[in-house]
Design a protein around this ligand. Structure first.
Ligand SMILES: Nc1ncnc2c1ncn2[C@@H]1O[C@H](COP(=O)(O)OP(=O)(O)OP(=O)(O)O)[C@@H](O)[C@H]1O
Ligand SMILES: Nc1ccn([C@@H]2O[C@H](COP(=O)(O)O)[C@@H](O)[C@H]2O)c(=O)n1
Length: 194
């Protein structure tokens, strides 16, 4: 039986950091599902067509981590046909790996509603903007505006909006170091696996 960890939450909350750490700790495979939407947004042209043609090599582009790629991803992610085109790949990943960690916005609600562990990772928007500005060497006030815009778009869209699953454990990392957040997440998973 595959064991799946679903991690959702707003932009720059630390989902990816925790997902990578959990995958390493438990020897699980990791899928950063935001990268799929970032790649579709960066491909240009018709986003539905881009999502249907997406190849693993498209995820290797070096420009996908930028703030602009994040905004473009959030716009194409609101298109139902784009989400439909990416759904099967994500579900298959979770189903075929003995242990998998997926992070995104709709993993616990739509992609893997039966995941053994669901985390909703959050932090205040000002702290998230500071962390992202540090990471990208960008202006903090601009990062705050962009995070708020992206979060609002992700939360209000009609299809698979960003929200915690009813059975998700919320982890607010505002006052946690990376190491503390990882330790807490490991503890939550270990409690379920025990
Ligand atoms: N608890 C923490 N304390 C301090 N910095 C953190 C913490 N967690 C994550 N970070 C840093 O915040 C930044 C954003 O983290 P990360 O990329 O994991 O977020 P994310 O939720 O995956 O973002 P996105 O939604 O854009 O993919 C990174 O630079 C990361 O090192
Ligand atoms: N499961 C997901 C994952 C991501 N998105 C959209 O992609 C944008 C970029 O995601 P990051 O995690 O890399 O920041 C994000 O803002 C969402 O619009 C999604 O809809 N569902």
């Amino acid at each position: 039986m595959p064991f799946t960890i679903a991690i959702d939450g707003p932009a720059a909350s630390g989902k990816g950091t925790l997902a990578r750490a959990l995958a390493t700790h438990f020897g699980f495979a990791h899928l950063d599902t935001g990268l799929l939407y970032r790649a579709v947004g960066a491909m240009g042209g018709d986003p539905i067509d881009a999502a249907q043609r997406l190849q693993p090599s498209d995820l290797q582009r070096s420009d996908l981590r930028s703030a602009e790629a994040g905004q473009a991803a959030s716009r194409v992610a609101a298109i139902p046909e784009v989400r439909a085109a990416l759904l099967e790949f994500q579900r298959r990943f979770a189903a075929t790996e003995p242990g998998a960690v997926l992070d995104g916005r709709d993993i616990g609600t739509v992609i893997c509603p039966d995941a053994e562990v669901k985390l909703y990772v959050t932090a205040s928007d000002t702290i998230r903007a500071r962390r992202r500005a540090l990471e990208l060497g960008a202006d903090e006030a601009q990062m705050l505006r962009e995070l708020r815009e992206r979060d609002a778009r992700d939360a209000v869209r009609d299809v698979a909006p960003m929200k915690p699953a009813a059975d998700a454990v919320t982890l607010d990392t505002s006052d946690m170091s990376i190491d503390d957040a990882i330790a807490k997440a490991v503890e939550i998973v270990e409690r379920v696996r025990a």
